[in-house]
Design a protein around this ligand. Structure first.
Ligand code: SF4
Length: 63
């Protein structure tokens, strides 16, 4: 499972990070860097919640 980050849509409100601090790292300005985030075993549910929580729809799940 992967989470794709569309950094152009990210508004930096950190909801994703609240659900999955082990998966996402915010940069110094509070935004996610672009690219894919690999989801390790055991973090799948947190990843789903994080994707759903993003009000900007900047995150997409790839099963
Ligand atoms: S919840 Fe969405 S808008 Fe907020 S930091 Fe995460 S990816 Fe960016």
């Amino acid at each position: 499972m992967k989470v794709k980050v569309d950094a152009a849509k990210c508004q930096g409100n950190a909801r994703c990070w609240t659900w999955a601090p082990n998966l996402f790292e915010l940069n110094d300005e509070g935004y996610l860097d672009p690219g894919d985030v690999n989801v390790p075993e055991g973090e799948e549910e947190n990843a789903r919640r994080a994707v759903k929580s993003c009000p900007e729809r900047a995150l997409t799940l790839e099963e």
